[in-house]
Design a protein around this ligand. Structure first.
Ligand SMILES: [Fe+2]
Length: 388
């Protein structure tokens, strides 16, 4: 069992506060709850009760704003060239985020010697053809390809969209604590491949060779074969690729208080976590706030990839990518909070993938070109009124 840091019981309260954070707001109707937090939502924190919405800034200078990107305009080389590859969007020494829009069968096999790859399938169906066997994919799938695995992707059609999280450290499942071994998903739901030789003979270049394109130290180099390197007829062990769909994850919730997003982490290393916010009823207890308070997540950058649905009635384009750098306030626009409080919204249909990283994410020039410049206050102004 992994030892957890001891919980701090040294708490003080000064002035006007809610006795139970996130509940009983009617006791302080004119104040906004704002959370300052360390180590995600697991470390020490403070709740501040302030007069104004902390996201209601009049204007911001560069690097003081939440970042918003249009994922639909990103064009990795694999969108138009079968010999192409994914596009890197963000990176730090621990993790990098890529997009692939592969439209045709690969003319090579891939092998990443720099880290594990976690593919999230936003659009498209097809097959990951791995040396452990084929893994069919569909939207909502996570496909985990361990470091060193040789594979190629065979899309069923030209429209595919993958978000790829590349991890230097071994990527495993997040610690689920005392929930039991079958929650929030049953490990029996993992799809684990069985070896199968590729009868199509894919993965060849124009000269008829089978290249294996190896990514090492951030660069690409290739080994060439006269036979298909995906030629495994059997395997055994505890290191293998697999897939699981977000529909197989059953979100943890409480009817009486909002559970912070970090409880929805599915994969984790010591330096980042990956999870999804998924459809579920909202908290219904009369005194419960069905959303997180305004907060500053001081030890994490928060990257979000919008897969499907709406953000509590706010329309967001699929494949929108946002990054909230540490130290910046964020939270739901006030009009949406009021709609929810009046029970005009009692369910969330949002499907959003998050990647929270301990070290700051550095955007590449390619993703900067896809940046949308509307900032938070503009989103708020465009939010429909509270329907009074
Ligand atoms: Fe957050």
């Amino acid at each position: 069992m992994e030892l957890r840091p001891m919980r701090s019981w040294i708490h003080h309260s000064r002035g006007k506060v809610l006795r139970q954070a996130g509940a009983g707001r009617k006791a302080l109707p004119d104040l906004h709850e704002d959370m300052l937090t360390r180590q995600g939502f697991e470390g020490r924190d403070a709740h501040l009760y302030r007069r104004n919405e902390p996201t209601n800034w009049k204007r911001v200078e560069e690097n003081a704003d939440n970042l918003d990107f249009d994922g639909r305009v990103l064009e990795p080389t694999d969108l138009t060239d079968a010999d192409g590859g994914p596009l890197r969007l963000f990176h730090n020494p621990d993790v990098s985020i890529w997009v692939s829009r592969r439209s045709a069968n690969m003319t090579y096999s891939a092998r990443n010697a720099d880290g594990d790859e976690l593919y999230f399938v936003h659009e498209g169906t097809g097959t990951f053809y791995t040396e452990f066997g084929p893994i069919p994919y569909e939207p909502g799938d996570y496909v985990l390809v361990p470091k060193g695995t040789t594979y190629r992707i065979r899309p069923a059609g030209p429209v595919n969209y993958f978000l790829i999280v590349e991890s230097v450290e071994e990527l495993g499942f997040a610690d689920i604590g005392p929930l039991g071994r079958r929650a929030p998903f049953d490990p029996a739901l993992l799809y684990v491949p069985t070896p199968e030789l590729d009868e199509l003979g894919d993965g060849r270049n124009e000269d008829g060779e089978w290249p294996v394109r190896i990514k090492t130290l951030g660069e690409y180099t290739s080994a060439f074969y006269d036979f298909d390197p995906i030629d495994v007829e059997g395997w055994k062990g505890d290191l293998f690729p697999f897939k699981i769909n977000i529909r197989d994850y059953r979100p943890i919730m409480s009817d009486r208080m909002h559970i912070m997003p970090s409880a929805s982490a599915m994969f984790a290393t010591p330096s980042f976590m990956v999870g999804a916010l998924l459809p579920r009823p909202l908290e219904s207890a009369a005194d419960a706030e069905p959303f997180p308070p305004y907060h500053r997540n001081m030890d994490y950058d928060e990257l979000s990839f919008f897969h499907r649905g709406t953000a509590l009635s706010l329309e967001i384009a699929p494949a929108s990518i946002s990054v909230i750098p540490r130290g910046l306030h964020h939270g739901l626009p006030h009009a949406i909070m009021e709609n929810i409080r009046k029970k005009k919204i009692d369910r969330t249909d949002m499907e959003m993938i998050f990647v929270d990283t301990v070290r700051a994410l550095i955007p590449t020039p390619e993703v900067q070109a896809a940046r949308r410049w509307e900032h938070y206050s503009q989103v708020r102004q465009e939010t429909p009124g509270d329907g009074q």
